[in-house]
Design a protein around this ligand. Structure first.
Ligand code: ADP
Length: 398
């Protein structure tokens, strides 16, 4: 059996896990422990296409969930003995972590320190790391940072035009997120183009609940839409993306919002959800729009408008474009969003093949543009595979 990596994505109330074949990227076993800290904590996983659900004890925490994942693995002997390392997705690596690294006490401390920039994520990651170290004491554990992929951004792209001391003293700058996904789909695009990644100018749009878009010049990220936090940039499921910062001060000074209320408003009540007042789910909005719901149509129109604006500006940055890539739940599956976006880019030399656009969904990857167009691909992302490969590299080859 090939070597496998246990890939963990620990959130504040959930742990997504997958056993990844480091050679092929396949996931023979994957699942989620959710509602941690609540009365209905549960572990669900699929193995060989069979779904299993296990009730966890009331208020089960990360430690109990990981112990339970350990017990599930014990039931699959051959698979368990093929696991050679644990890879942790870590959202914020700041400027300190330029690449993935083997976790030692200093690295753990560094991830904890960065919690001031990503409080929900990084503290949950530390809890997950400590629990995984208890549950799998014999396996090397590696941290793979969402932000590391964007270390190639030039300073003039990652700085905000704020007083420079804020960057120097407090690290206020653009970091970028979804790095493993942009990394994966850019390499897949290079493969489809039959070119070395270093020869490729690409724009990769990861459109899921969170959405980000990256400009890649000669294989390296040179700009990206998410910023100091994952709030900046595109319209997302519940996040507003780009906004005049004065809206925040207006809400606080004139409408008596607290800082926490502004943050909740912009992160959890805005985006597709806030505009449509219906749902953050693109599928629901497409269905409702088809039934004539104007709010759903407006939310989708705003989503596409912002996306088109970013694509246009990134074309200006990367120079002659080799391919535009759609990925993430919406990018991989919504023929509608892809069609609406490309229709607005017709004057820039883009057009879709309707059949390919309709068929390239649900895990299928490939070209969706027609023969006259610049290349447009829809590519199913596999962030876990990037994490697994990096984990093996750090644990055994670095
Ligand atoms: P996350 O960022 O949480 O990982 P995903 O990448 O799974 O999210 O993307 C979730 C989004 O993908 C939701 O808005 C969902 O509606 C959308 N989506 C999934 N399948 C489809 C589909 N067939 N058509 C349109 N949108 C879809």
């Amino acid at each position: 059996m090939n070597q496998h990596v246990l890939v963990l994505n620990c959130g504040s109330s959930s742990i997504k896990f997958a056993i990844i074949d480091a050679e092929t990227g396949a996931a023979p076993l994957q699942g989620i422990a959710e509602n941690l800290g609540a009365h209905n904590a549960q572990l669900r996983y699929s193995f060989d296409g069979k779904e299993t659900a296990i009730e966890l004890s009331d208020n089960a925490n990360h430690k109990e969930a990981l112990a339970s994942i350990g017990r599930v693995l014990k039931q699959h002997d051959a698979l368990q003995s093929s696991i050679i390392a644990v890879g942790h997705r870590v959202v914020h690596g700041g400027e300190r972590f330029e690449q993935s690294c083997l976790i030692d006490p200093l690295v753990k401390e560094g991830i904890r320190d960065l919690a001031k920039m990503a409080p929900l994520h990084n503290l949950a990651h530390v809890a997950g790391i400590e629990s995984a170290q208890d549950a799998f004491p014999d396996l090397p554990q590696v941290a793979v940072f969402d932000t590391a992929y964007f270390q190639t951004l030039p300073k003039h792209a990652y700085l905000y035009a704020l007083p420079y001391a804020l960057y120097e003293q407090h690290g206020i700058r653009k970091y970028g997120f979804h790095g493993s996904s942009h990394h994966f789909v850019s390499h897949e695009a290079a493969r489809l183009l039959n070119k070395g990644i270093g020869q490729c100018n690409l724009i990769t749009a990861h459109l899921g609940n969170g959405c980000s878009i990256t400009a890649i010049k000669q294989g390296k990220a040179i700009d990206t839409s998410m910023g100091f936090t994952p709030l900046e940039g595109l319209v997302m499921g519940t996040r507003c993306g780009d906004i005049d910062p004065s809206v925040a001060t207006f809400l606080i000074e004139s409408l008596d919002y607290s800082a926490a209320q502004v943050s909740a408003l912009m992160n959890k009540q805005s985006g597709l959800q806030g505009i449509s007042q219906l749902s953050n789910d693109c599928r629901t909005l497409e269905e409702q729009q088809a039934l004539g719901n104007e709010n759903a149509k407006l939310a989708l129109d705003m989503f596409v408008h912002r996306l088109v604006k970013y694509i246009g500006s990134y074309i200006a940055l990367v120079g002659p474009l080799d391919a535009l890539v759609f990925t993430g739940g919406i990018g991989e599956n919504s023929s509608y969003i892809r069609q609406q976006t490309i229709a607005q880019l017709a004057h820039m030399g883009f057009s879709l093949d309707e059949t390919l656009n309709a068929e390239t969904r649900f895990g299928r990857s490939g070209r969706i543009s027609d023969a006259t167009s610049k290349s447009v691909f829809a590519i199913a992302t596999n962030e876990e595979w990037v994490i697994a490969k990096d984990t093996i590299h750090c644990a055994f080859k670095a």
